[in-house]
Design a protein around this ligand. Structure first.
Ligand code: SAM
Length: 319
């Protein structure tokens, strides 16, 4: 599908905003990234199986996979769709978790260690909670907040299936949960509710029909509340990741910039050690205004057949 064809399918206001926010070459690249369905990707759940066990079970089931250079637990499925993977025994047993590659980035950047305490302030359906538990080898504690009851149930189901024993689910506003634990966590993940622009696929209207400017504004209000509450719950010296699956600079670069201004030198943005193929430094300029230079340490992922569009920032609370 050409850029022009993708453009004609998406909400006109979204396309206008995209070309206002991004240089033309980047906006074109983003639209090209919406042109085709993405590969199915999954993560081997190392709480239940090694990657090699998963690879041989998948091979026996006729599934062709490719490894991902920046994450040994991630696999790209080359010849099957989700439904087929979901029908396999290793899926039902929780040895794998269907998860986009972009969604695997924030836990890797936050890098929770065994024995630590972690807050996941907007947690359902639990892709990142389960990944963090695996990184922590099921040692330590994860407080997982989710405001939506149905989604919290899905989260609990996924934790159970993946064999996670260190996570406690709070079905409440993450702001209220965070404020019950002031300065308590070694690490906090703010995987914020967002307008989801990184997930658009031109041939699937359900991925973009919900989009509106008003919705982006509502998301920004929620992001700001959760971001500030997360900051209050973080121990001095602790690390925090802010991430979204959207492209909108108001929810990304400008959200982090306004956070830094509100918290006036209490937080710093850290460069990330992880190297993901194809990700890019954040925007230097948004709508003609130069953003704070430290925002350049944050990263954007362009949508493609392999990755959803994504944004991630690593921050440290000064000790
Ligand atoms: N981290 C999740 C994962 O990787 O599976 C995805 C999180 S999704 C981007 C955002 C979630 O935040 C949604 O499940 C939404 O219901 C929840 N949410 C929205 N507002 C919230 C709030 N105030 N407190 C807690 N959760 C909230």
């Amino acid at each position: 599908m050409s850029v022009r064809a993708v453009r004609s399918k998406l909400p006109g206001e979204f396309v206008d905003e995209l070309y206002r926010a991004f240089p033309i070459s980047e906006a074109d690249r983003i639209l090209r990234g919406f042109a085709r369905r993405r590969y199915v990707t999954l993560r081997a759940n190392t709480l239940k199986a090694t990657v090699d066990e998963v690879l041989s079970e998948l091979k026996r089931a006729g599934v062709k996979c490719q490894r991902v250079p920046w994450y040994s637990d991630a696999l790209v499925i080359q010849n099957k769709r989700e439904q087929y993977i979901e029908s396999l025994e290793l899926y039902v047993q929780g040895k794998v978790y269907l998860q986009s590659l972009s969604s695997m980035i924030p836990p890797l950047v936050l890098a929770p260690q065994p024995g630590e305490t972690v807050l996941d302030i907007a947690a359902a359906p639990g892709s990142k909670t389960t990944q963090m538990a695996a990184l922590m080898q099921n040692r330590g504690r994860i407080v997982a907040a989710e405001i939506d009851r149905m989604r919290a149930e899905r989260l609990m189901f996924n934790l159970e299936r993946q064999g996670v024993t260190i996570a406690e689910v709070f079905t409440r506003d993450g702001v209220i949960v965070a404020d019950e634990f002031p300065e308590s966590f070694d690490r906090v993940l703010v995987d914020a509710p967002c307008s989801g622009e990184g997930l658009f696929i031109a041939s699937q209207p359900a991925t973009y029909n919900h989009w509106s400017r008003r919705m982006c504004k509502r998301c920004a209000v929620s992001q700001r509340r959760l971001f500030d509450a997360a900051a209050r719950a973080l121990k001095p010296g602790g690390a925090m990741v802010y991430s979204t699956c959207t492209l909108n600079p108001d929810e990304n670069e400008l959200m982090v910039e306004s956070f830094l201004k509100r918290w006036d030198h209490e937080f710093e943005v850290l460069p990330m050690k992880l190297q993901v193929q194809g990700w890019a430094p954040a925007l230097e300029q948004v709508k003609g205004r130069i953003v704070m230079p430290e925002i350049r340490h944050t990263r954007r992922v362009f949508p493609s057949q392999l990755m959803e569009g994504f944004y991630v920032a690593l921050l440290a609370k000064k000790g």
